[in-house]
Design a protein around this ligand. Structure first.
Ligand SMILES: [Zn+2]
Length: 387
């Protein structure tokens, strides 16, 4: 599907990069184009499946259920959510304010708000398992479903969209619904990756152009997009999101619902330039990673590859040699029994003693090694890509 610019509606664009996953089994699409809007400068992924197909994918393949840890998030996530609540608190003097977290995952952010004394909390998530976990882990009410299908009983003082907008193909219907859900003068909190800083935080090549992230926001493009739906910025803050070994640049932004007005987008001249730097630096790292994998696998028999996420799918798209791979392993149950590059994806328990394990993930590398040694008690050779 061809997209028009979500921030200004223009169909004119330039292609900056093509991200290739070489796989439709678990990725939804073979590839997409990263393009920049000629009118307003917003950078987004083009040539995508429809929003409906994405909705089905999230309901089916959610990574956010944390199902391999019974829904509990790590301390890193909790620390991150505490930062969000600290940013919001000056604007939330009334503890009775009704708060709706859209895309609430297992409810950890709502649990931090609950600890701070807020009581009118509701979560919404496409995954039923996430909604159940929120109730079980934190006694926080959450409903399984999409924004479009949500039938509210009331309006909300604050709506939270944390790590949601970068996933959306279609904004118009979502913001129309959010305006209906919000009280007059209601607040909208948004957290998105900060694209103009991507090139300063490269850990793996092209990690920001993931299977699921299809919009690359800057402060200016966020203001353009929200202005289009008559939201006014109240506060913005640059932040670093640390989870496992990865540090991602992101933006915290608070907007206020206003009366409809004629908003004129201003041109964002920064994002495209920074993303070109990001693409060039990623290409250089990509060449190094591929050479390293070739070197580390040379002279070895068959190996198991642990991890089937964006990192692995990109390597497949870049034409990595699969003849040495016996099968793939991933902790996420949703992937088990599916195939990648014609090879089975199996649970960690399927690894036999003696088979070398190539770890194809950056952020979970140390966690995977811990699982291999401590949980599975395997002495197999572990091949790391990142030191
Ligand atoms: Zn535009």
């Amino acid at each position: 599907m061809r997209r028009v610019c979500p921030a200004c509606g223009s169909g004119e664009k330039t292609r900056l990069y093509r991200q290739d996953f070489h796989n439709k089994a678990i990725a939804l699409m073979e590839n997409y184009d990263v393009v920049s809007c000629a009118r307003c400068g917003f950078v987004y992924a083009d040539n995508l499946p429809s929003q409906k197909e994405f909705d089905r994918y999230y309901a089916r393949m959610s990574k956010y259920e944390f199902n391999f840890k019974r829904g509990e998030v790590s301390g890193d996530y909790l620390a991150h959510f505490e930062k969000i609540v600290k940013f919001l608190k000056p604007y939330l003097a009334n503890k009775k304010i009704s708060i709706l977290d859209i895309g609430c995952s297992t409810g950890a952010l709502l649990s931090v708000l609950k600890k701070e004394g807020y009581r009118n909390l509701l979560g919404l998530d496409p995954s039923a398992a996430c909604a159940r976990s929120a109730a079980k882990l934190y006694a926080v009410k959450a409903i399984a479903g999409s924004i479009s299908g949500f039938k509210p009983k009331r309006r909300y003082g604050l709506i939270i969209l944390s790590a949601v907008l970068e996933h959306l193909v279609d904004f118009a219907a979502v913001f129309k619904k959010i305006r209906l859900l919000l009280e007059d003068d209601g607040l909208l909190f948004i957290e998105v990756p900060d694209a103009p800083r991507f090139h300063k935080y490269i850990f793996t090549p092209f990690q920001q152009f993931s299977i699921e992230h299809v919009n690359y926001f800057s402060r200016a493009s966020l203001i353009n997009l929200l202005g289009r739906f008559s939201f006014k910025p109240l506060a913005m803050k640059k932040n670093e999101n640390r989870v496992n070994q990865t540090v991602d640049p992101d933006i915290f932004a608070l907007f206020k619902k206003t009366e409809k007005h004629n908003f004129k987008p201003s041109k964002d001249r920064v994002c495209q330039v920074s993303l070109k730097k990001y693409i060039a630096a990623s290409s250089r790292l990509d060449a190094r990673v591929k050479a390293l994998i070739r070197r580390k696998l040379s002279g070895k028999g068959k190996v198991v590859v642990w991890g089937v996420g964006t990192h692995t799918q990109r390597l497949l798209g870049a034409g990595i040699d699969l003849s040495r791979v016996e099968f793939f392993v991933d902790s996420n149950r949703r992937y088990h029994g599916k195939k990648l590059g014609g090879l089975q994806i199996r649970p960690p328990e399927a690894i036999k003693a003696g088979m070398p394990i190539l770890i194809s993930t950056y952020s979970f590398q140390e966690e995977v090694i811990r699982q291999i040694r401590k949980d599975l008690k395997l002495k197999n050779e572990v091949i790391k890509i990142y030191e």
